[in-house]
Design a protein around this ligand. Structure first.
Ligand code: NAP
Length: 278
């Protein structure tokens, strides 16, 4: 841990902490002795997670699609603990619709929660980080923002791709004048949470993929351990699935060939048949 005082405790804000990955990160960071500010819309669920996380925890009801809520979250965090060391933009929502089915409302909702929310978070906390010359912003994106392989996630993948770009732009901007401020992009693959059932249009539209092998789902706890390690040792990007860097390289090496394979459902090539007996 280290960096902040002899205890090594960091003050960490987590949005979308009422369930799934955010709740698992809260439990893991609480176990490691960090102070937490947990935000989401469902306050009862947040309080339950806070009880599990233990230690010094403050709960804030906030909708990340509302800039005023995000600014209040920052103000309450500073009032509770006097500083923020790490801000994790984790709140997000998926969709289960192909491009040709999207409505204006679908697009607005995906951009509001997956793009505007993290930008509001970054803009709210950056002046504090800049004043201190230190801080760590972590944006929870998705592997789909790097490799858009699940067509039913359509504008969700597009929103996460936008988030990846904005996160990279911010990282390069800050590297020049504020080298003590870290900016990280986290790109999980499929994680076993309620994400799919909470997705807009869940239960309708094309079925989601449920890959096996190297693209198989991870648990929220596995991913939370990696994010907690990132809090302790910042780096620019994290693929939570160790198979994904090679898959991303294969995608960018030959997009056409990769898409052909994706269209076949990544089925293994047909096995040669044994020669018939004479
Ligand atoms: N699970 C996956 O397969 C997967 C894969 C790649 C990336 N991710 C990303 O990981 C992050 C967490 O996803 P998850 O799997 O934990 O999903 P989840 O189980 O559906 O949890 C989503 C969390 O976000 C919160 N949230 C949603 N809309 C919000 C809003 N407008 N304001 C504040 N909080 C909001 C929810 O809380 P309330 O409803 O209480 O507000 C909940 O705590 C998301 O950014 C997601 O895109 C997930």
């Amino acid at each position: 841990m280290a960096e902040n005082g002899s205890s090594g405790e960091k003050v960490v804000v987590i949005t979308g902490a009422s369930g799934g990955i955010g709740a698992a990160v809260a439990r893991e960071l609480g176990r490691r002795g960090h102070a937490l500010v947990l935000a989401a819309r469902n306050e009862d669920a947040l309080r339950a997670v806070a009880a599990e996380a233990g230690g010094r925890v403050h709960v804030v009801r906030a909708d990340v699609t509302k800039r005023a809520d995000v600014e209040r979250l920052r103000d309450e965090a500073l009032a509770a603990f006097g500083r923020v060391d790490v801000w994790i933009n984790n709140a997000g929502r998926g969709i289960n619709r192909s491009v040709h089915e999207l409505t204006d409302d679908d697009i607005d909702e995906m951009i509001a929660v997956n793009v505007k929310g993290p930008v509001y978070g970054a803009q709210a906390i950056l002046p504090h980080f800049q004043e201190r010359g230190t801080g760590h912003l972590i944006n929870i994106s998705s592997f789909l923002g790097r490799v858009p392989v699940a067509t039913n996630r359509s504008v969700y993948s597009a929103a996460k791709a936008a988030l990846n770009s904005l996160t990279a732009n911010l990282r390069v901007d800050l590297a020049k004048s504020f080298p003590g401020i870290h900016v990280s992009t986290v790109m999980p693959g499929i994680v076993s949470t309620d994400f799919a059932t909470n997705a807009l249009g869940a239960g309708s539209g094309p079925p989601g993929i449920r890959p096996t092998g190297p693209m198989a789902p991870q648990t929220a706890e596995e991913v939370a351990t990696q994010i907690a390690d990132l809090v302790d040792a910042p780096k620019p990007e994290l693929y939570t699935n160790p198979a994904h860097p090679a898959i991303a390289r294969a995608y960018y090496a030959d997009v056409g060939a990769f898409e052909e394979q994706a269209a076949r459902g990544f089925a293994p090539p047909p096995q040669p048949q044994p020669a018939a007996d004479a």
